[in-house]
Design a binder for this molecule. Structure first.
Ligand code: SF4
Length: 340
């Protein structure tokens, strides 16, 4: 009898310990998600402000593909719209390209559940691409061109004043690397641009956001992700290779991708080689010190400078060109009761 009592007491003890552990894990998770939520909303708000992406009265067409990035973009913009000091509206647009197996009902059901205006544009670009691109060749470039044209037209029909895309910081840096390696150009992906038909303003509110944060957010929010391989296209191997290289760098040298991203907003034209951007042909010694001038024979003072801690995003604000921007520390938020 005594043994049985002792054994059941032990069972109760271990069940209680497990319950405490589970409760602590849930609390920690909730705290982390709360921090992630704050960071994502702050970074998106910051990008919108820095580039004046959204103005009072705008109608923002959010392109939603069913992937983690565009779901997150829509989710965060809805939240920001509800608390922004300016008034803007959102219409979510999905282009159903008629790929085999595309689950037509997932997005409408989700968008209805969010109470957001939406439009599903049905265009069989899949058949066009299959017909025009020879077997074995990559279909993405024609597919993207067709998709872009359709989305621009739809934006006009819906009266949208801005088109929001879900590209993030890692897409932007990867594109810069790809253009350098394969296109011999220093060209990234702008946070805001006028479309090539001259009729639309395209914005990328996730420009300051890391892809890994979007992955965690999508999992936390349980977005009904639609697989992106329905078209059967081969993955872009060059993009995948550059992305893996950046991820490896960032793992070994935390902060490196952040620094590369920051560098894109901090260009010293006198120390590059573009003769269109800087008048090298006409420069002359003036005898006066130049703030931006080279200390030609000094050792590179940047050598050995440690990278900032992971998660530090140096956000460039307009007018800060050429200056070291103030870092926004995303990793170092102190825990406080208000976070829970
Ligand atoms: S992966 Fe498929 S759907 Fe996406 S751009 Fe390429 S061809 Fe088009």
């Amino acid at each position: 009898m005594t043994t049985e009592i002792l054994s059941s007491a032990t069972d109760i003890d271990s069940a209680a310990a497990e319950a405490i552990q589970a409760s602590e894990a849930a609390k920690k998770h909730s705290h982390e998600m709360n921090k992630l939520s704050k960071r994502l909303h702050r970074q998106v708000g910051q990008a919108i402000g820095d580039f004046n992406m959204i103005e009072d009265g705008d109608k923002v067409m959010v392109c939603v593909s069913g992937g983690k990035d565009s779901y997150s973009l829509l989710d965060i913009l809805i939240n920001l719209r509800d608390r922004a000091p300016i008034k803007f509206s959102i219409v979510a647009v999905n282009l159903d390209q008629k790929q085999p197996g595309f689950p037509e009902d997932i997005l409408p059901a989700y968008l209805k559940s969010r109470g957001v205006d939406f439009h599903i544009e049905e265009q069989d670009t899949y058949s066009i691409v299959k017909r025009l691109v020879p077997e074995g060749k990559t279909t993405c470039s024609l597919c993207s061109r067709l998709r872009r044209g359709i989305l621009y037209r739809v934006a006009g029909e819906l009266g949208a004043t801005k088109i929001a895309l879900g590209h993030h910081r890692d897409d932007i840096v990867t594109t810069l690397m790809l253009n350098m390696f394969f296109g011999s150009r220093m060209k990234g992906m702008p946070a805001k641009l006028v479309s090539d038909d001259g009729k639309n303003v395209v914005i990328r509110p996730l420009a300051y956001v890391k892809e890994s944060d979007l992955e965690r957010w999508a999992e936390h929010r349980e977005f009904p992700i639609i697989p992106c391989n329905l078209c059967g296209s081969q993955p872009n191997l060059q993009r995948a290779t550059v992305k893996a290289m950046l991820q490896d760098w960032d793992k070994r040298f935390p902060g490196r991708v952040d620094n590369m991203f920051t560098a894109m907003g901090n260009i010293v034209t006198s120390h590059m080689m573009d003769r269109e951007l800087f008048p090298f042909e006409t420069i002359k010694a003036t005898g006066a010190p130049v703030a931006d001038g080279d200390i030609a024979f000094d050792e590179d003072e940047q050598c050995g400078t440690p990278a900032p801690a992971t998660g530090v995003v140096n956000i460039i604000r307009p007018g800060a060109k050429g200056q070291v921007p103030a870092p926004v520390d995303d990793a170092g938020e102190a825990y406080s009761a208000a976070d829970d």
